[in-house]
Design a protein around this ligand. Structure first.
Ligand code: GLN
Length: 545
């Protein structure tokens, strides 16, 4: 029977619950256990697909096409656990299912449908769904903060869950903040006590507290937390901010013995812990040999989470190349206003990520032209590829008013247009071309070399595509379709001949990169950027002489 681990958060949001769950999952896997992870988000949207990146950060797409919370990205980067649409439930998705059953009129036998038991049953069923025979531990993260009105049904459901499967088969972990008060010169444990108090009122007694803190927590403070929160002393675990990377988090949890506490408490049949691969990876982060400056030109730059997986993938590519990647976040509108040279001179590579809507488009196009003409390695992703196509059409094919019909529905040269399957779609939620699709690679292409394969599978989230009518003209002038759907109908990758590294993809490779296994395209992009940096350095030394 699978064991269950429930992770809640208190005091403030953004404590890194997702990272903690992912880290625990990774540690248990490294002890030979089979793990599944899942997240409950208390908001009403059915999924984050319709939310602005400002609101929610990146929408993380899975192979099966579900649009999910970005914490699932952490789960995939840290563990091997397969993720599906069963791994992310919102209040909206739970209620949608309850209401559909009620409308069908068969399920509730004429009863009044209520939060308890019907909504909580629906939540518990979602947890059970992951606890299949081939699984040792299911880790369930409850989004939000204890005390939120919206979170109550989820907390009630995980309380009841222990009654169903046995308290000894469940562990409750609560993440809190232990803030430092400068004026008093000390750490404060009271917010943690209050937060645990609130959990206990609901009927959940946490077994383990993970206390986020900017400073070391003194033994007296840990004693106090243990006593007031009714938690074993050794289960009060400090989690300090990490100096170099989020990938250090599991290592510090091990130092505090978390994996051993879990194994003992849940009586898991676990093997010894071997973290040599992970430690070697973290070593490479701490001691890089090279450095590359990569500009990411997008439009949600102030919000760190909007391109979360892109930034992570660049870090992974750095690890693979033994380099530190310095990410220069550039607002596309700035490039438009001040010119590419002013903003982008001195970078070793330019990446234009995905996005929606008109704002910043001209700046992205300007940045791509700069990369194309200067021979700066360029990586375009989704909207980034579409902009590269528009740029090339305007500047090289001399189609001055080439555009995507997303931005100009009556463009004289619609080089990017709505996919046929999208033309009749009216609803916004979950209706794009989503999830994993095969892509056949052209032999001899940069992409085929990077992947070392002829057929790959990548994740998608888009409505528009390259207009095939213009494909011959592009190819005549050197912008080649280096990857397409196996039937050849949808262009997936464009590459520029005669340029050191210019690759633009319709899919989102950032969703398939791991710190221990960088995505091949990100890896080669950063390698090309490092090569360019070295060439520029040698060139300027020669000039000085
Ligand atoms: N807005 C573009 C489309 O729908 C690109 C989407 C994206 O970058 N994810 O095709």
């Amino acid at each position: 029977m699978a064991k269950h681990l429930f992770v809640t958060g208190g005091v403030v949001s953004s404590l890194g619950k997702g990272l903690t769950c992912a880290s625990i999952g990774m540690l248990l896997e490294h002890r030979g256990l089979r793990v599944r992870l899942q997240k409950f988000d208390p908001y009403i949207n059915v999924d984050p697909g319709t939310m602005s990146p400002y609101q929610h950060g990146e929408v993380y797409v899975l192979d099966d096409g579900s649009e999910t919370d970005l914490d699932l990205g952490h789960y995939e980067r840290f563990t091997q656990a397969p993720l599906t649409r069963d791994c992310n439930y919102t209040t909206g998705k739970i209620y949608l299912s309850v209401i559909q059953k009620e409308r069908e009129g068969r399920f509730y036998e004429g009863k009044t449908v209520q939060v308890i038991p019907h909504v909580t049953d629906e939540i518990k069923a979602a947890i059970h769904r992951l606890a299949t025979d081939d699984v040792d531990v299911v880790i369930t993260e409850i989004g939000g903060t204890v005390g939120d009105i919206e979170g109550l049904p989820f907390l009630e459901a995980i309380r009841q869950f222990a009654l169903d499967v046995g308290r000894e088969n469940c562990v409750y972990i609560h993440l809190t903040l232990v803030p430092y008060l400068k004026a008093a010169g000390e750490l404060k444990t009271k917010p943690t006590q209050h937060s645990v108090g609130m959990l206990r009122q609901i009927g959940i007694q946490p077994d383990i507290l993970i206390c986020r803190s900017e400073h070391p927590i003194a033994p007296e403070d840990k004693d106090k937390i243990a006593l007031f929160c009714n938690v074993e002393r050794k289960a009060v675990i400090e989690e300090r901010d990490k100096q170099f990377s989020i990938y250090e988090v599991p290592l510090s949890l091990v130092n505090h013995g978390l994996d051993e506490i879990l194994v003992k408490r849940l009586k898991l049949k676990a093997g010894p812990l071997d973290l040599s691969d992970w430690r070697a990876m973290v070593e490479r982060i701490i001691h890089p040999k090279h450095e590359a400056r990569i500009a990411v030109v997008g439009k949600y730059m102030k919000h760190r989470d909007s391109y979360k997986s892109v930034y992570e993938s660049l870090d992974h590519a750095g690890i693979a190349n033994q380099a530190r990647v310095l990410c220069v976040r550039v607002e596309a509108e700035e490039v438009d206003a001040r010119g590419a040279e002013a903003i982008l001179s001195g970078v070793d590579g330019i990446l234009v990520p995905g996005g929606f809507g008109m704002r910043g488009i001209e700046g992205k196009i300007e940045a791509i032209r700069y990369a194309r003409l200067r021979g700066i390695p360029f990586f375009g992703i989704c909207l980034g590829m579409q902009c590269a196509v528009v740029e090339f059409a305007r500047d090289v094919l001399h189609l001055a008013d080439a555009n995507s019909t997303e931005f100009d529905p009556s463009a004289a040269h619609p080089v990017i247009c709505l996919m046929e399957e999208q033309q009749l779609v009216r609803e916004r939620g979950g209706t794009m071309r989503l999830g994993s699709w095969p892509c056949a690679l052209a032999p001899e292409s940069l992409s085929a070399r990077a992947y070392g394969a002829q057929l790959v599978h990548e994740r998608h989230r888009h409505r528009y595509e390259l207009n095939n009518g213009y494909r011959p003209a592009f190819e005549q002038h050197g912008l080649i379709a280096a990857g397409s759907s196996p039937d050849g109908s949808i262009v997936e990758i464009m590459e520029l001949r005669g340029h050191p590294w210019f690759v633009a993809v319709q899919f989102h490779p950032e969703f398939k990169s791991k710190p221990t296994q960088a995505h091949p395209l990100f890896r080669d992009f950063v390698a090309a950027a490092l090569e360019r940096r070295e060439a520029v350095r040698l060139g300027s030394e020669r000039d000085k002489r």
